[in-house]
Unconditional design. Sequence first.
Length: 424
Amino acid sequence: MGWLAQARASRRPFMPQTTVTDSVQAPDAKVSNLLVYSLGFNQILVWAASYYLPAVLSLPIAADTGWPLSWIVSGLTLGLLTGGFCAPRIGMIIKRRGGRHVLAASSVLLAAGLAILALSASLPSYLFGWLVIGCAMGTGMHDAVFATFGVLYGRNARKAITNFTLLSGFASSVAWPLSTILEQHLGWRGTLWAYAAIHLAFSLPLYLLLVPNTGPAEGHAPLAQSGSRSRYGASWICREFFLMAMVISLTTAISGSIFVNLLAILKAAGHSLASTVALGALVGPAIVVARIVEKASGERITPPRLLAGSTALILLGVVGLLYGAATWAGPALISFGAGVGIGVIARGTVPLYIFGPIEYPAIVGKVAMPAMMSQALAPSISALVIDRWGTATLLYCLGAMGFISLVIALVLAGTVGRRDGEKN
């Protein structure tokens, strides 16, 4: 029986929280900061060795092997789809056993997948390597770390999520130069071996030494026995879960489409290559600055409203690119980057806010599945739209998706707000 069916069957009414803390033997402040920032730094290495890998290595691989470039790049799509299929199961494992061994397994899987790629003598073996990397992405990327924070810190996980994403936001800024330097000195196969060694020698010990071996038996059982299954009654789980999943999936598809096709969009607006590079460089700092602002806000904005705000910023960026890419591309991309930056924090905190720490790891895994699939498919579909109908049509489609996601986000925020008022 799935978790939604169990929720319907239980129909337990909302009960006030007991005095039992939602944190599960959380580390002290010094250890907590070391854990959070270490995982944030390591997340850069995870993205460098997976999501951002084809951006640097696809052309050298094609030149060396003669394999079609489209098939080489499609390895990432295959990996993301695999990670999406794994995510719900990963969330359930973290809920039951904690995240230490799941995150450690991600390092082993990632190293194994990279080794398979490095040894690949044929395209099928190369794609098989991406299947293994996809499993590593499902067990070691943001969602698995968010679920781990939920187990460790309970309702206090928002601060950890914000600090973690603040550091991991530099992933693209570090990954592309690092991979380029490694490829120039070691070749593409040597780069893969180097990343595999890094994850076995650095990431694996980091997970085993710093992540507490904490599971629900050590802290969640007393809270569960109090009758507080989630923030709301079980009858609300389906509605709010699907609203939340739709917003996150749509905004993930929009951001993936923009990131991959930004060069084509700005070129169609008349920008030179130098101007395009300069404008594209605005997105990364906007992501980080937006997260700093969110951190400085002191959690005064509830996560559902934060999700709605991030969606509005992304929509504003898309509209700016659609109607003023020639003159307003800079502000549009800053707005877009800010929305993406805040959106990742919202993706980690909205499920915790709505459903509480007990169900949080499982629900994060459920949400990750459609989000990773949309992230996998959006670049290919958006490129097809551009090839057939042009960049303007793509931006109109993304604008419509952004408007729909904003409406859904506002409905979700309003629903949660009303429910909060009823409980107060």
